[in-house]
Write a protein that binds this ligand. Structure first.
Ligand code: PRP
Ligand code: ZN
Length: 298
């Protein structure tokens, strides 16, 4: 049997790992992730998942070793800049901006150091795992500083006397705080993205990718949406529909044994806040339920 299998690269362990596996499972892939294994065969689809370091994903995609990669935009940008410096093209296509992995690439300095503006970093040493993005930023700002390239534990560099400042990813800010650092400049904002190698020829792989894209978009849409059900007085139906957030064409159903009350069912594409529910209640709404949606296909 020489069946072609789609190869997808996923971060082995880190900020994107769990959310990526969750989205793939919600897309119907039966995955048996074994943290010690580099590769896992999806049981119910011709797909192999490769668990690798996130920093290796852009290269694997650009060299065509894998078909798809779930990776941070920041990592993609760093490797693209690096390749440009070496005269190589960044060969990949962005397929979907994902709804997780939100973070920012920021500059941070020890809390006790005075920081006025970016000029304060003139002549300093800045530790980072993103030397190309940092280099470009400093150039744009007209600041000359020494870039200390570290592949990990960047946040301990100032305390270890290796640097005066750092440039690193921040999401909750816990790492900075734990290391006595203060975020002073946001260089770029990033989230996870799904990228594809260039020039996938028409055929089963391309068709499978197209199906996956529809499913991933459906999972994201479903996550953002809620199903709202409530009972309402018939004469308040219009007023109630007006305040349902992002709800189109709700369903109005009769209620057994009542000609003055109806049930309203609607899909809301926005967050339903407590304030909205309270307003619905004020208009005479009762039995108000807000339910998560598992899957959505439009
Ligand atoms: C980043 C960064 C910090 C941490 C910040 O590492 O290097 O260590 O996350 O997150 P926080 O603001 O929520 O504390 P990442 O998860 O990208 O791991 P990696 O550097 O090993 O790829
Ligand atoms: Zn990393």
């Amino acid at each position: 049997m020489n069946e072609s299998r789609l190869k997808i690269a996923v971060q082995r362990s880190g900020r994107l790992s769990d959310a990526t596996l969750q989205i793939l499972e919600r897309c119907g892939l039966k995955i048996n992730p074994s943290k010690n294994k580099l590769i896992t065969h999806v049981k119910n689809m011709p797909i192999d998942i490769l668990f690798v370091r996130d920093d290796d994903i852009p290269g694997l995609v650009m060299e065509g070793f894998v078909d798809l990669g779930f990776v941070g935009e920041n990592t993609m940008q760093e490797v693209s800049l690096q390749r440009a410096k070496f005269g190589e093209n960044a060969l990949f296509e962005n397929l979907i901006k994902l709804d997780y992995g939100h973070c920012r690439l920021s500059l941070a300095t020890p809390e006790e150091n005075q920081y006025i503006n970016i000029r304060s970093l003139e002549g300093s040493r800045i530790a980072t795992s993103y030397p190309y993005l940092l280099g470009e930023f400093l150039k744009k700002e007209g600041v000359s500083a020494k870039i200390v390239h570290l592949t990990g534990s960047v946040e301990v560099a100032p305390r270890a006397g290796l640097a005066d400042a750092i440039c690193d990813l921040v999401s909750t800010g816990v790492t900075l705080e734990a290391n006595g650092l203060r975020e002073v400049e946001v260089m770029l904002r990033s989230s996870a993205t799904l990228v594809q190698r260039m020039d996938i020829a028409p055929g089963p792989d391309k068709e499978l990718i197209a199906r996956l894209i529809v499913r991933i978009k459906g999972v994201i849409k479903a996550r953002e949406s809620k199903y709202i059900m409530l009972h309402a007085p018939l004469d308040k139906v219009d007023a109630i529909i007006d305040i349902l957030p992002g709800a189109e064409k709700p369903t109005i159903l009769p209620l057994a044994g009542s000609d003055k009350q109806v049930a309203i069912h609607a899909v809301s594409t926005e967050t339903v806040f407590w304030e909205t529910m309270e307003s619905l209640k004020k208009l005479g709404g009762s039995s108000i339920l807000v339910l998560p949606i598992e899957k959505m296909l439009e």
